[in-house]
Design a binder for this molecule. Structure first.
Ligand code: ADP
Ligand code: MG
Length: 324
């Protein structure tokens, strides 16, 4: 299946490639008015996404991940700071960005093909629309289900249709809000490879919110760890820009960075604002798709989980009683 998708991806490449977008987020703050006064959800967010990059956003519930995606997608506006896409402002419902969510949000009375067609740019000629929907059905492996209604297909298939609908406008930036969060574990693994196949065929810039650190490390070039500005419990603070060799047990907590100096891979956090929403920006070593069990990711995984407040993530041997 994967090989079929990849070869289809290659043939599609020339026809469907849209230029990937460069995203700049400068000094962004989002404050919402509430009954008890203004509430700042995001503060001092400075991030630049390179064209074609896959970045993952992780962080505790309520820290502003979806808010950030909505801002980039032009569905909301920052209270302070600016967000630009290739130097211009992203507007909702234009063709530069597309967003997909945890729930596929398909129209139940339309077929899978018709749902995908809803994502096409306004004014697409019928002949081109038909071709493009066929390409997208191919890309996500749903050609056989083109005429089915959403309730007749599995959750994974519906989510593939949702991805295809988002891709229909050939967005320069694809925003995914926990896109695989509702899928079973096996389907989720398949979706990871599908996303990478799609990214090869349409190398758009991807920003994906996930609560799954494994998913982030498997798919992303960089991981943004957000902190909750209103956390009631203390959140871990990490030394910034500390450089360590990957695999060093003493260096847990110092991550990321793109350079390799000398024989051991050197990693360091990019340096986000100290009290801002971005706790860390981590560059994931190695190229995609990564070996899920790679030792080089062990410290990174532990450290990110630590940053999410999951401190007891080491495998504890089962007691004889639990084991029986
Ligand atoms: N339109 C809004 N008005 C007021 N508060 C909002 C609005 N949108 C989001 N929030 C609040 O902002 C915080 C972050 O929300 P969200 O970005 O959805 O978090 P996450 O996706 O990280 O779980 C939450 O406390 C949420 O209640
Ligand atoms: Mg959310």
């Amino acid at each position: 299946m994967r090989r079929i998708l990849m070869s289809m991806s290659e043939t599609l490449h020339a026809r469907t490639t849209a230029p990937a977008g460069a995203v700049r987020i400068d000094g962004v703050e989002r404050t919402f008015p509430t009954k008890t006064g203004p509430r700042t959800v995001l503060r001092d967010v400075d991030v630049a996404l390179a064209p074609g990059e896959i970045a993952a956003v992780v962080g505790p519930s309520g820290c502003g991940k979806s808010t950030l995606l909505r801002l980039i997608g032009g569905l909301d506006e920052p209270t302070r700071g600016s967000i630009t896409l290739d130097g211009g402002t992203a507007r909702a419902h234009d063709e530069s960005t597309a967003i997909a969510f945890q729930e596929p949000r398909l129209l139940p009375w339309r077929t899978i093909a018709q749902n995908i067609a809803l994502g096409l740019p306004r004014g697409t000629k019928p002949k081109r629309a038909k071709e493009r929907v066929a390409e997208l059905l191919d890309l996500v492996g749903l050609t056989h289900a083109a005429g089915q209604r959403p309730r007749e297909v599995s959750g994974g298939m519906a989510q593939r249709a949702s991805l295809a609908r988002a891709l229909a406008r050939s967005p320069r930036v694809l925003l995914l809000d926990e896109p695989f969060g509702a899928l079973d574990a096996l389907t989720r693994l398949k979706m990871h490879d599908l996303l990478l196949d799609i990214h090869r065929a349409q190398p758009t810039t991807v920003l994906m919110v996930t609560h799954d650190v494994e998913e982030a490390l498997y798919l992303a070039d960089r991981v943004l760890l957000l902190r909750n500005l209103h956390a009631t419990t203390a959140q871990p603070e990490r030394p910034r820009a500390k450089v360590v060799a990957l695999g060093s047990t003493s260096g847990i907590g110092a991550l990321g960075g793109s350079g390799s100096h000398g024989s051991a891979p050197q990693i360091a956090d990019d340096a986000p604002a100290r009290d801002g929403s971005v706790a860390r920006v981590v560059t994931v070593p190695g190229s995609r798709p990564r070996d899920r069990g790679a030792r080089s990711l062990t410290d990174l995984r532990a450290s990110l989980l630590d940053g999410l407040g999951v401190t007891h993530h080491t495998t504890t041997p089962l007691t004889a009683k639990e084991n029986s």
